[in-house]
Write a protein that binds this ligand. Structure first.
Ligand code: HEM
Length: 210
C-alpha cells in the first residue's frame, strides 16, 4: 500500500501544485483488513486509509515487463540479481512471474524488512534514537513524523520515550501511528489465482510478448 499512500501531492505537501483539485478531494478508500502484524503476529492490523488523495494507485503498463523484474513498486517480488543482460533479466522475470501467479511461492512474512543489527537514528534535536536489531524497518520509516514531536527536543522526557523505544516497549504505539502499515514487501496482488497451472503457463508466454 505504501505508494498509494504517499502524501507528497496532497494539500499542504511539497508537490501539492502538481495534483488536481479532484485528486485532493478523493474520498477515503475502503478499510483494509487482516494485514500482517510484525509486532504481534496474532493481532492482524485493520487500517483505514485517510482521504484527500491517498489510497489510490494508477498501474504502470505491462509493456516490456519481461525486462523489468523484480516486480511491484518496491521491487519486492522476485529475485533481484543486478544482472542487466537478457539472460539475467529473464532469470529475474521467471522468478517474479512465478511468484506473481503462484502466490504460495512468495516469501510472505519472511519478506518483512528488519534491521540486521542494533542501530541509531540521529534526530533533528541531536538525540540519537536507539533501534534494536530485528526492528521492522517500516515501523520507524513510515511513521507519521509530526506525531513524533515529543522526540523533537532533547530533554529528559524525550530521552525516556527514546529509551522505551530502544527497549522495544512502544512498538504498539508506533504501529498505531504508521501511515502505511503493510509490512509484507512481496504481497502485491493475487489476481490470476483462479487460473489452472496450464493457463498460467500460457499467460506467462503471452506476457513475454508485450
Ligand atoms: C491475470 C491478471 C493480471 C496479471 C498477469 C497482472 C500482472 C501484473 C504484474 C506483472 C505487475 C507488476 C508490474 C511491475 O512491477 O511493473 C502488476 C502490478 C499491479 N497490478 Fe496487476 N495483473 C493482473 C491483474 C490486475 C488487476 C485486475 C488489477 C486491478 C484491478 C491489477 C492491479 C495492479 C496494481 C495496482 C499493480 C501495482 C502493484 C505494486 O506496484 O505494488 N492487476 N500486475
Amino acid at each position: 500500500m505504501a505508494r498509494a499512500l504517499a502524501t507528497n501531492a496532497t494539500q499542504g505537501h511539497v508537490w501539492e501544485e502538481f495534483s488536481s483539485q479532484t485528486y485532493k478531494e478523493l474520498p477515503p478508500a475502503g478499510m483494509v483488513r487482516g494485514l500482517h502484524n510484525p509486532v504481534r503476529a496474532n493481532k492482524p492490523i485493520n487500517f483505514q486509509p485517510p482521504g484527500g488523495g491517498v489510497g489510490y494507485y494508477r498501474v504502470p503498463t505491462l509493456a516490456g515487463i519481461w525486462a523489468t523484474a523484480p516486480f511491484f513498486h518496491n521491487n519486492g517480488l522476485g529475485l533481484y540479481n543486478s544482472d542487466p543482460s537478457v539472460a539475467g533479466r529473464m532469470a529475474a522475470f521467471n522468478d517474479a512471474i512465478e511468484k506473481l501467479l503462484w502466490p504460495e511461492k512468495r516469501l510472505g512474512v519472511q519478506s518483512v524488512m528488519r534491521t540486521t543489527e542494533d542501530t541509531e537514528l540521529p534526530l533533528e534535536s541531536g538525540y540519537r534514537l536507539k533501534i534494536r536489531k530485528d526492528t521492522p524497518v517500516k515501523l520507524i520509516a513510515s511513521i507519521n513524523a509530526p506525531q513524533l514531536q515529543l522526540l523533537r527536543n532533547d530533554n529528559f522526557f524525550s530521552r525516556f520515550i527514546g529509551w522505551l523505544i530502544g527497549r522495544g516497549r512502544l512498538y504498539d504505539t508506533l504501529l498505531r501511528r504508521n501511515l502505511a502499515p503493510d509490512f509484507v514487501e512481496d504481497r502485491g496482488h493475487t489476481y490470476a489465482d483462479g487460473l489452472t497451472d496450464d493457463e498460467k503457463r500460457a499467460l506467462i508466454e503471452y506476457i513475454k510478448t508485450f
